[in-house]
Design a protein around this ligand. Sequence first.
Ligand SMILES: [Zn+2]
Length: 105
Amino acid sequence: MLYYGLKNRIRLLIFMFRNLQKEKFECPVCGYSGPFRDIVTSEGPRKHAKCPNCTASERHRIQFVVVHEVLRDRKTAHLKMLHFAPNHSFASFSHSGLANMKLRT
Ligand SMILES: [Zn+2]
């Protein structure tokens, strides 16, 4: 899945090229496979923190995996989800078989 258009696609390719030696991971949110971005926060550095394709952080990726696991093999058409501090990672639900679930932010 491609986010943010051609400009960000080019940035992603440059990032991947510059980080060929880094450890590779797969993002459960967007399906990207390759190195992840390290970030520095007020709490300190976090290695492999952000997906360079969809910008999902560790928290977003684990939320995505847990929600998918909890809802696996269930009918979601009647379900609603209230999500505080929403991010666009959950927009990917529309592409993941949970499209019928109502997401409130
Ligand atoms: Zn991603």
